[in-house]
Ligand binder design. Structure first.
Ligand code: SF4
Ligand code: SF4
Length: 318
């Protein structure tokens, strides 16, 4: 039986109703056949008027009275996947990144990697060193998925594995993903990564129930990306990267409430006022992708960088 608990998380995150449903699902699964294919303990093999023949998990053919078999459409998801696909009603998640505050501490990256079973070279959020050229000072830019309101990535997926939810999050179901990488090619922000090899700690995660809101366990041959920590949002917590930052770079909140909270200071402010007063911008607006990530300009650049926790660039010379 699969475990529900994430090895790197200390507390249960899913609601009781979701866990209860999963338990019921496991009990019912032994007699459930999907139309057009099957999951669970056996696969449909052949059928006549009164009997259906199925291929068991031990590769033996079983005959089952047709009256005992409950058909499900293969497009039906279990409750956990269904909730993960629908999103949280009434919410429109939004992120604001203050470029004037980023010192390349990269703790956001580490927290994200730890939560999502990523190797050190794999990033859902990457801190890029930006340089406008000439005599200007460089700056650092954290770049997660922009959770576009008009995402080109979802439109090219041939199997409906990646999708946009009602709360604005763009996620991936790795159990559907066939690894064609069309979405990687379609994303103008290079926000997606591909699992070319077995994921980190594959053995440790092998009995963990797949969670579409966490992309864990990661699967070789499928795509992964930033999820705005959808699993934490369901528990009304700020994303991993947002709380990990020691420098006040990240604001996160709900556009419907017009409020964002700083992950470092925990201060909550008016979202529209914040982006208006600070001349915020989105990346590549001319593409019409309508990102849900706003950037506050890289004014008052904090150079040279002296932050001790920096893992890559401890000091910049200018
Ligand atoms: S940033 Fe890329 S992966 Fe993310 S929603 Fe937009 S197009 Fe899709
Ligand atoms: S790689 Fe996966 S998510 Fe991306 S387009 Fe192909 S099937 Fe869809």
């Amino acid at each position: 039986m699969k475990e529900k608990k994430h090895p790197e998380k200390s507390s249960e995150k899913k609601s009781t109703s979701r866990r209860d449903f999963l338990k019921k699902g496991l009990l019912a699964g032994a007699g459930t056949v999907l139309a057009g294919g099957v999951v669970g303990s056996f696969n449909a093999f052949a059928q006549n008027e009164d009997t259906i023949y199925v291929l068991g998990s031990d590769m033996k053919v079983l005959s089952v009275p047709k009256s005992q078999v409950k058909e499900r459409n293969i497009r039906e998801e279990d409750q956990m996947q269904k909730e993960g696909r629908e999103g949280i009603p009434g919410r429109k998640w939004i992120k604001v990144i203050d470029l004037s505050k980023c010192k390349n501490a990269r703790l956001c990256m580490a927290a994200c990697q730890n939560a999502h079973q990523l190797k050190p070279e794999q990033h859902h959020v990457n801190v890029l060193r930006m340089d406008r050229g000439g005599e200007t000072a460089p700056f650092f830019m954290p770049k997660p998925c922009q959770h576009c309101d008009n995402p080109p990535c979802t439109k090219v997926c041939p199997v409906d594995a990646t999708f946009r939810r009602q709360d604005g999050l763009v996620l991936i179901n790795n159990e559907r993903c066939i690894g064609c990488r069309f979405c990687i090619a379609a994303c103008p922000y290079s926000a997606r990564i591909f699992n070319w090899t077995e994921p980190k700690d594959a053995e440790k995660y092998k009995n963990v129930e797949y969670d579409v809101e966490l992309n864990v366990p990661q699967k070789k041959g499928t795509v992964s990306k930033c999820l705005f920590s959808a699993d934490l949002l369901r528990d009304e917590k700020l994303p991993y990267c947002v709380t990990a930052c020691p420098n006040g770079v990240y604001w996160f909140g709900d556009e419907n409430e017009n409020a964002v909270t700083n992950g470092t200071t925990k201060e909550t402010v008016n979202f529209k006022k914040l982006i208006k007063d600070n001349a915020a911008y989105v990346l590549l607006p001319e593409l019409g992708t309508k990102p849900r990530v706003y950037y506050l300009p890289e004014k008052d650049r904090l150079v040279p960088f002296t932050y001790e926790g920096s893992t890559e660039i401890k000091k910049e010379e200018h």
